[in-house]
Design a protein. Structure first.
Length: 398
């Protein structure tokens, strides 16, 4: 977590199991009501475990409900995402004048194998079901030179793969001067020296144009894996969701990507049971998921988020029917994932050993079980030996 990293660089030390804990930093989520409830449950649990520790809340729930959370007896500090005094508050807490960008702080400790680099925050879209723009603010980007510096820092520390991430990452660069975009950033990173790879996190369809596709398929430093949220294949539902694209645009993007790379691992999100989703609309989505070349699908039943327009929409579909539809889509997603992995059975694929595990992750995002635990991370070639619903098994090719 970046804010923990700021405190560590100011002299704080991450506590271990035997230390007396002085401060607990909780990054809160508010994307659903259940996320709020889970956050409050975690606060109570951690306070019971460490009664003398101070509790600091940051993140989206902290931004949306500062007064509500400040009133909790367990909570000592609340610093929301958009608090204009964020740097000063963290500086006061750290007893040090912090200079780093509080929107894009470096973590204190990176992942053992695949560290994240946050390059963008906020969102300019206004999807009717989503609270994120209200709690994250407008889209803003980490300057290109700073992205390069962080990539080179991780490269020089010996990391073989890193992940670029953001809230609405396809909007990268629109706020910079001079203005740029994600495709141009990819080209810049592709030109760096070193034996390392980069993976992209989720990119929204409205932010994918031909220039991005060209960069994505031509930059060999970027792994052949993309997460492209669909939500629904019904135009009437997409309009009610206030998504910034219609189905034809999404399908055109998919066709262009797969004409360039038929082995691409493409994942998506599907939101089931949105208020305007009648049986016909659901069937449109179901049929598309069944026919499209998705390697995996994350299926979410609609749950109204208070303080969003969709919370006031009349819902014609019963909760039991929403659950049934979600189950049907998840079953199709399971079959699609098995089908995608099976096409590589017997083949040799480039992969990254996941340090201190018995697993490797192929370039095209297949997690492979190995016959032994590997202590050190690094690139190898894996032969896919067997594939079934329980997983993918393989061996290192010497």
């Amino acid at each position: 977590m970046g804010h923990a990293g700021m405190l560590q660089r100011a002299g704080w030390k991450e506590a271990n199991e035997t230390d007396s804990v002085a401060l607990i930093l909780i990054q809160t989520c508010t994307v659903t009501m259940s996320a709020d409830a889970q956050g409050r449950q975690m606060i109570r649990k951690l306070k019971q475990q460490h009664p003398s520790a101070k509790i600091l809340l940051t993140g989206c729930y902290a931004q949306r409900a500062e007064e509500e959370l400040t009133a909790l007896p367990e909570v000592d500090y609340v610093i929301g995402n958009l608090n204009p005094f964020k740097r000063e508050l963290f500086s006061r807490l750290a007893h040090s004048a912090l200079q780093e960008d509080v929107d894009f702080p470096l973590p204190g400790e990176f992942s053992r194998t695949r560290p994240f680099i946050k390059i963008q925050d906020g969102c300019d879209a206004r999807c009717s079901y989503c609270i994120i723009p209200a709690v994250r603010g407008k889209s803003r980007s980490l300057p290109v030179d700073e992205v390069v510096r962080r990539v080179e820092l991780l490269r020089d520390r010996g990391y073989s793969e890193m992940i670029l991430t953001g809230i609405s990452m396809g909007g990268y660069g629109k706020d910079l001067n001079p203005m740029t975009n994600l495709g141009k950033l990819m080209m810049r990173l592709n030109s760096l020296r070193g034996n390392f790879k980069i993976r992209l996190s989720s990119v929204e369809p409205e932010e994918v144009d031909d220039a991005f596709i060209d960069a994505f398929v031509s930059c060999d430093r970027f792994q052949p894996h993309l997460h492209l949220p669909l939500q629904s294949a019904s135009d009437r539902v997409l309009k009610k969701m206030r998504r910034q694209y219609l189905f034809h645009r999404y399908d055109t993007i998919v066709r262009k990507l797969f004409s360039a790379n038929p082995r691409l691992n493409l994942g998506t999100d599907i939101l089931v049971g949105f208020p305007d989703e009648d049986r016909t609309s659901f069937c449109e989505t179901y049929d598309y998921v069944q026919s499209a070349p998705f390697a995996y699908c994350h299926v979410f039943p609609f749950s109204p988020r208070p303080e969003t327009p969709a919370a006031s929409y009349a819902t014609a579909t019963q909760r039991a029917e929403i659950t049934r539809r979600a189950a049907k889509l998840r079953e199709i997603a399971r079959k699609k994932n098995l089908e995608y992995r099976r096409q590589f059975e017997g083949q040799k694929l480039p992969a990254l050993i996941l340090q201190n595990t018995d697993e490797a992750l192929t370039a095209n995002y297949i997690r492979v079980k190995l016959s032994q635990t590997m202590g050190k991370s690094g690139f190898v070639h894996i032969r896919i030996n067997s594939v079934d619903d329980d997983g993918t098994r393989g061996s290192i090719v010497q």
